[in-house]
Design a protein around this ligand. Structure first.
Ligand code: AMP
Ligand code: GLY
Length: 424
């Protein structure tokens, strides 16, 4: 088989790496890919939003299966474009990717189908949002309706901050049209867990749990980022939590989408908060998490291509997922200054050490070739250093040891990824 993966970050590197293990696969392409992905796949210089070019390439190269990694193309309808051309593709159609593409849609869906989530109101007028805030309990949470690179969520401690937030989202339009509509929701507290799942429209199969660290600085301080590190499994995702989510959240979401005429095939990523009143959905994503994927897929024993195909064909009920009884930790090596202002183009040294070193992975998030040989930094998040271990503590020790193997001029990382493990 020939497989095309669309995207070029650490998540796509992990997906490509996992696809490369499949005996069914002869050749992998990645659009646009990056310098790390280039070791396993032929990178094609087509952007993830260039649907016509992607479809034309898939036809010309006789691609048997295309896997979409990123949210933007999914929400924009890339799967519909592939299907219209008679091509096999893994991911939700546009009318289902709205589960991630519109927070107002997902909140309304949860309300209608009694799926536990924070109480909320939706606004399209800044004036009405401001009036509502006058009597709303603080802290409160403002969310831009549309995609905003994971940055459209504002936690506001005071009325002043919340008013400023409405201005940022709705009047100054910091996230463009994503802020034309906003959701204002109840502030919740508790542990966060990420749960990824495969869905074939009817059947859902849950992967092992993970936890992300979204803030830039140690101690969960600083700005929100795309994710500075992850660990899997989450020790807080107990069998009781799992049972609750299976009863009230996972299948309920798949059934709700079907009932709405928006059959979901692909990945549903449940962002959960384990509150005092039980698990609640913080958000849905319609794709693999980044960097959750970098800790989940190295623990997965199945042939991922078989599972992708089962989702497309509606035969997922014939498969069970199997995860290694171990743990994994991923520490992101970023460019100093990320997520605001940072420099790139610095040579990365030490990458060879990951070759033939079982249980250690270096997934590239932002890298490129400078000339034929030299790999240089090319983004805010540069590398995801993942290691496995028999338990979380060992995995963390291994991952941090491996962060020392690579160097580049403005290397930055958090030093407390997985610290919560000690409290479990
Ligand atoms: P989201 O993109 O909706 O996952 O939001 C990003 C982050 O904001 C989450 O991972 C949480 O840390 C935080 N967050 C979102 N919604 C809430 C909420 N209702 N209460 C508390 N924190 C929240
Ligand atoms: N790591 C969070 C996300 O992928 O949205």
């Amino acid at each position: 088989m020939k497989v095309l993966v669309v995207g070029g970050g650490g998540r796509e590197h992990a997906i490509v790496w996992k696809i490369a293990q499949s005996p069914k696969v002869d050749k992998i392409y990645c659009a646009p890919g990056n310098a790390g992905i280039a070791e396993l796949a032929e990178c094609v210089p087509i952007g993830a939003m260039e649907f016509d070019k992607l479809v034309a390439f898939a036809k010309e190269a006789e691609i048997d299966l295309t896997v979409i990694g990123m949210d933007d193309p999914l929400v924009g309808g890339v799967v519909d474009a592939f299907e219209a051309a008679g091509l096999r593709v893994f991911g939700p159609r546009k009318n289902a990717a709205i589960l991630e593409g519109s927070k107002a849609f997902s909140k309304d869906l949860m309300k209608k189908y009694n799926i536990p989530t924070a109480a909320y109101e939706t606004f399209t007028s800044a004036e009405e949002a401001l009036a509502y805030l006058e009597t709303a309990p603080m802290p409160t949470v403002l969310k831009a309706d549309g995609l905003a690179l994971g940055k459209g969520v504002l936690i506001c401690n005071t009325l002043e901050e919340a008013k400023e937030g409405v201005k940022t989202l709705m009047l100054d339009k910091q996230f463009g049209t994503a802020g034309d509509k906003i959701v204002i929701e109840e502030f919740m507290t508790g542990r966060e867990v990420s749960v990824l799942s495969f869905v074939d429209g009817n059947t859902i199969r849950i992967m092992t749990s993970a936890q992300d660290h979204k803030r830039a600085l140690d101690g969960d301080k600083g700005l929100n980022t795309g994710g500075m590190g992850t660990f899997s499994p989450s020790p807080f995702y107990t069998p009781e939590v799992d049972a609750f989510c299976k009863e009230y959240i996972y299948q309920a979401t798949v059934d709700a989408m079907k009932a709405e005429g928006r059959e979901f095939k692909g990945i549903i990523f449940f962002g959960l908060m384990l509150t005092e009143k039980g698990p609640k959905v913080l958000e849905y994503n319609a794709r693999f998490g980044d960097p959750e994927t970098q800790v989940v897929l190295p623990r997965m024993n199945n042939d991922i291509v078989e599972i992708f195909e089962a989702c497309i064909d509606g035969t997922l009920d014939q498969y069970t997922l199997d995860f290694e009884d171990n743990a994994a930790v991923c520490v992101v090596l970023a460019s100093d200054g990320y997520p605001v202002k940072y420099e790139k183009g610095y040579p990365i040294e030490g990458l060879d050490r990951f070759k033939d070193n079982d249980g250690y992975y270096c997934f590239h998030a932002g890298s490129k070739f400078d000339g034929d040989e030299q790999i240089v930094t090319n983004g805010g998040r540069v590398l995801g250093i993942t290691a496995t271990g028999s338990d979380l503590k060992e995995a963390r020790k291994n991952a941090y040891a491996a962060t020392e193997w690579v160097s580049f001029a403005n290397k930055y990382m958090r030093h407390d990824i997985g610290k919560a493990i000690d409290e479990a």
